[in-house]
Design a binder for this molecule. Structure first.
Ligand SMILES: Cc1cc2nc3c(=O)[nH]c(=O)nc-3n(C[C@H](O)[C@H](O)[C@H](O)COP(=O)(O)O)c2cc1C
Length: 175
């Protein structure tokens, strides 16, 4: 199982990046990180005057070389980060001008890794991902969520929680 983890956050080495890093440390052979801040991806354009940016090469690589995609984002105002939303909007390109590639999304497993300050995020957060994956016929493998403060926190303060939940998430998700 090869897993592409796409991370969209405003803090390169912040809480969500820490959680993703911990996750990857447990499954280094399976996981590859794609940090959206390393890519130049423009918002969706109805006229597709953005096709020379980094979206198409990135999504082509993920679709052609990975079995599953995990979208990793902090909760910003009950929603995914703006960086993640831009990436998700651009999946629409695959429904309009790159349909053969888009069809390959079907059946590819998809999940979420997230951090936020609340102990349990409002259901609207996960629903955005769940509904999107459902529309794209991508089996949803669930969300690994961890509560973090506003400040950048050391992963050690979440060790017990993560030791328990990361393996449970992976076992359930990729059973
Ligand atoms: C603009 C902004 C909006 C936020 N909105 C929420 C929110 O709606 N719910 C929540 O639980 N946490 C919210 N937070 C807190 C972050 O989700 C939390 O601190 C997260 O771990 C930050 O991850 P990062 O370091 O990857 O940015 C918000 C933080 C910011 C900066």
């Amino acid at each position: 199982m090869k897993i592409a983890i796409v991370l969209g956050t405003s803090r390169r080495n912040g809480n969500t990046a820490n959680l993703v890093e911990y996750f990857i440390e447990q499954y280094p052979a399976q996981c590859t990180l794609f940090h959206l801040s390393n890519y130049d991806i423009a918002p969706y354009d109805y006229n597709f005057n953005n096709q020379d940016d980094d979206f198409l090469p990135l999504i082509t690589n993920i679709i052609e070389n990975y079995d599953a995609i995990i979208l990793a984002s902090p909760v910003y105002w009950y929603a995914p980060s703006a960086q993640m939303k831009v990436f998700m909007d651009r999946l629409s390109d695959l429904l309009v001008i790159n349909k053969p590639l888009g069809r390959k999304l079907k059946g590819m497993s998809a999940g979420v890794i997230a951090t936020g300050v609340v102990s349990k995020p409002n259901t609207c957060f996960e629903e955005i991902f769940r509904a999107t994956f459902n529309y794209l016929h991508m089996p949803y493998i669930g969300m690994l969520y961890c509560t973090y403060a506003d400040e950048i926190e050391n992963i050690a303060s979440h060790q017990q929680y993560l030791d328990k939940h990361v393996s449970t998430y992976v076992t359930t998700a990729f059973a």
